[in-house]
Design a binder for this molecule. Structure first.
Ligand code: PLP
Length: 303
């Protein structure tokens, strides 16, 4: 996968014997024709021209997406691949975006690619939305799969293999981020500032994702607060207007549903050290990733 795969990366993938490479652009085809020695299975990523109801930065299937080929360009790529002696075109790929809260865009995207011919594989990407807030109601996994399979049966060959690539919906609710309250400031709003923020959770500033939070040992109720991070950006507001029960300096604040794209997008902005990861089950806890140290931050500097 990727819209800008380098020679090195494709060489690494081919050498490692990856099953399938997803072609995003014509340069991918040129590169693979040079790199592949035997035979390599590929899919072509199609822009279905569907804009799902999600944050624009989370949308990848609309007409002007940087990912994939338009339907007309895809026809050209498909013809080229069909004539290739090294690249075996197994089928089509699409990925509409992320945090998609209804099944309709998935249905439309399958309809959109059906006109490209019959293939043995269709990879329909990921994208299923997740319940971050009390108000969110994403489709259930059953509703999502029923919609996908019913549409695939209607528009795609009955023997085709249908793949999906779920990410967020599998892991988001597996994690809770724990922060410590550093300071509470009462001005025009009341700010509860914590020892983290946009370095460990970019979902808010990148996608405007809304989360819920609670004081870890006083769950529910309370006044409305602005839960803010510690970074030098006014946009580093983790949750604006969240009810917290009598928060105090030193309290632990729990922010649930942080298992997707928080750790993977964590960064060192303002010299933030990335947090540890602790697996918990049935009262047992085990650290699986240690907290980053200041030495880690300096470890790549040269004399
Ligand atoms: C090509 C592709 N497939 C699947 C996914 C997973 O999407 P989600 O986490 O929304 O299920 C992504 C996410 O970036 C992606 O780029």
């Amino acid at each position: 996968h990727g819209n800008a795969k380098t020679d090195d990366e494709l060489e690494m993938a081919v050498k490692a014997g990856v099953g399938t490479i997803v072609i995003d652009n014509f340069d991918d085809i040129d590169r693979l024709e040079r790199i592949v020695k035997g035979e390599q299975a590929v899919l072509v990523r199609i822009i279905p021209g569907v804009l799902p109801d999600t944050h624009l930065a989370n949308a990848t299937g609309q007409d002007d997406s940087k990912f994939g080929l338009s339907i007309s360009d895809a026809r050209v790529a498909i013809e080229r691949l069909k004539a290739s002696k090294k690249l075996r075109l197994d089928g089509l790929h699409l990925h509409l975006g992320s945090q998609i809260m209804s099944t309709q865009p998935f249905i439309q995207s399958i309809e959109a690619i059906a006109s490209l011919g019959e293939f043995s594989v269709y990879d329909l990407g990921g994208g299923l939305g997740v319940r971050y807030t009390y108000k969110d109601s994403p489709p259930s996994i059953e509703e999502y799969l029923d919609a996908l399979i019913a549409t695939a049966r209607k528009y795609l060959p009955s023997t085709a293999k249908i793949l999906i690539e779920p990410g967020r919906s599998m892991v988001a609710d597996a994690a809770v981020t724990l922060y410590r309250v550093v300071t509470i400031k009462r001005s025009l709003r009341t700010f509860v500032a914590i020892d983290g923020g946009m370095a460990d959770n970019l979902e808010v500033s990148l996608y405007g994702q809304r989360f819920e939070a609670t004081v870890a040992n006083r769950v529910g109720g309370g006044e409305l607060y602005s839960l803010v991070g510690r970074h030098c950006e006014s946009g580093d507001i983790l949750i604006d207007g969240v009810r917290l029960q009598d928060p105090k300096v030193g309290d632990i604040i729990a922010v649930p549903v942080t298992g997707a794209y928080c750790l993977t997008m964590a960064n060192n902005y303002n010299g933030a050290r990335r947090p540890p990861v602790v697996f918990c089950l049935d009262g047992l806890a085990r650290a699986v990733v240690r907290r980053e140290t200041y030495e880690d931050l300096l470890s790549r500097d040269l004399n």
